[in-house]
Design a protein around this ligand. Structure first.
Ligand code: NAD
Ligand code: DAU
Length: 357
């Protein structure tokens, strides 16, 4: 599928990854974008200010759980593709309050699938062949790794958190709509993203903001959990390529080949902050505090992304140390962006201990 003369629905386009996808597609292709987002706490339209006046961009505030409203949008815009990034995305929140995760991630994906199918069935044969639903998922559906090995497209599902289970459910629904009804779907499972406009509840921005304020830096457990970091713009490029060139019915694992322990990530953030803005009390590493672990905390994630590299020619370009330095600098220079989020009521406090056993 070429993206010329394409109209793409991006659900969750006001979120961290969705907004990067929209910026990328509008800058690098000629496609039209309709951003469908109900603007939860995690949304931020400021991330789209550079493209909001683009003639090829439209925004509609609505939930993917609202089938009637989606149906009207399909009839009005007649998309050639849908990229589904709308989700509740934060593991700690899913431990405290899973209901919204079930609603958006499972029920919302189901409603979206039904509306895609209804619309797709009304298309001509040529239009049906061109249509794609790209469902964006996570490596967390595969559970936790020991110190060896990587997740790939064959790894069995073993989700451990309410978030991961909700994403696994949505992946299974998408697969079933392809196998049962022939709806042309593709699923991607990617590792931890980082970069500009990341909501401050997530590890990297959380630590940057706390470090800038010289507050304690709360590392869960022993800090030796491992994540495989992917720069968000590399991910946006991968998703665009999968939409263009990916094979229907397939899944693609996407990762940055950048495994790091949480502790080493936090130490690097401290060092970058010390370089940019030395603290009077000395090294920010002294602020690192080991706190009660996340219940059910997955030990290690790592992605073998050789399939997308081999078959589609994608490769993560951003080196982790360079990407982290850029990200720390971005938060340093864009204090207003995250200060506004704090002013709107986000507390930057510990989440995820909830009702855990
Ligand atoms: P995010 O939390 O930053 O953004 C999610 C967006 O979805 C928000 O703008 C929110 O308003 C919107 N949304 C939520 N519920 C909605 C609904 N019912 N209808 C319409 N819009 C709704 O999330 P993100 O980090 O950008 O993640 C995007 C997708 O990528 C998610 O599906 C997530 O599971 C997946 N993913 C994220 C990562 C990561 O590291 N951030 C890694 C792998 C996969
Ligand atoms: O792997 C992909 C997933 O990555 C995505 O599907 C999720 O949407 C995304 O939120 C992310 O999930 P994680 O749970 O890995 O990300 P988070 O930033 O919450 O935590 C990263 C690691 O850092 C994890 O091991 C928990 C730890 N952590 C997190 C916070 C917020 C801390 O040690 N201290 C903290 O304060």
């Amino acid at each position: 599928m070429g993206l010329k003369e394409s109209t793409i629905f991006v659900t969750g386009g006001a979120g961290f990854i969705g907004s990067a996808v929209i910026r990328h597609v509008l800058t690098e292709t000629e496609a039209q974008i309709v951003n469908i987002d109900n603007l939860t706490y995690a949304a931020n339209l400021d991330a789209l200010s550079a493209v909001a006046s683009n003639q090829r961009y439209a925004f509609r505030k609505l939930s993917i759980c609202d089938g009637t409203a989606l149906r009207e949008l399909f009839l009005k815009f007649r998309p050639t593709a849908v990229m589904n990034l709308a989700a509740e995305s934060h593991v700690d929140r899913s431990i405290d309050a899973p209901a919204e995760f079930i609603q958006t991630n499972i029920v919302g994906t189901f409603v979206l699938l039904q509306e895609c199918l209804r619309y797709w069935r009304g298309l001509s044969t040529a239009e049906q062949a061109r249509f794609r639903l790209l469902h964006v998922s996570t490596d967390e559906v595969f559970g936790s790794l020991d110190s060896e090995g990587c997740f790939n497209e064959q790894t069995r599902y073993a989700p451990n958190s309410p978030y991961a289970a909700s994403k696994a459910s949505s992946d299974h629904l998408v697969r079933a709509w392809w196998h049962t009804y022939g709806l042309p779907t593709i699923v991607t499972n990617c590792s931890n993203n980082y970069g500009p406009y990341h909501f401050p509840e997530k590890l990297i921005p959380h630590m940057i903001i706390k470090g800038m304020s010289n507050e304690p830096l709360p590392v869960y457990g022993d800090g030796n959990n491992v994540r495989d970091w992917l720069y968000v713009e590399d991910h946006a490029r991968a998703l665009t390529l999968v939409l263009e060139k990916g094979v229907v019915g397939e899944t693609y694992a996407i990762g940055g080949r950048s495994e790091r322990t949480n502790l080493s990530v936090v130490e690097s953030i401290c060092d970058h902050l010390d370089d940019i803005s030395p603290a009077s009390h000395g090294s920010r590493r002294d602020l690192i505090t080991f706190v009660q672990d996340r219940p059910g905390h997955d030990r290690r994630y790592a992605i073998d992304c050789s399939k997308i590299e081999r078959e589609l020619g994608w490769r993560a370009k951003m080196d982790f140390s360079e990407g982290l330095a850029k990200t720390v600098m971005w938060y340093y220079e864009n204090r207003k962006w995250w200060q506004d989020i704090l002013n709107r009521g986000y507390r930057n406090t510990r989440l995820g201990l909830g009702e855990a056993k």
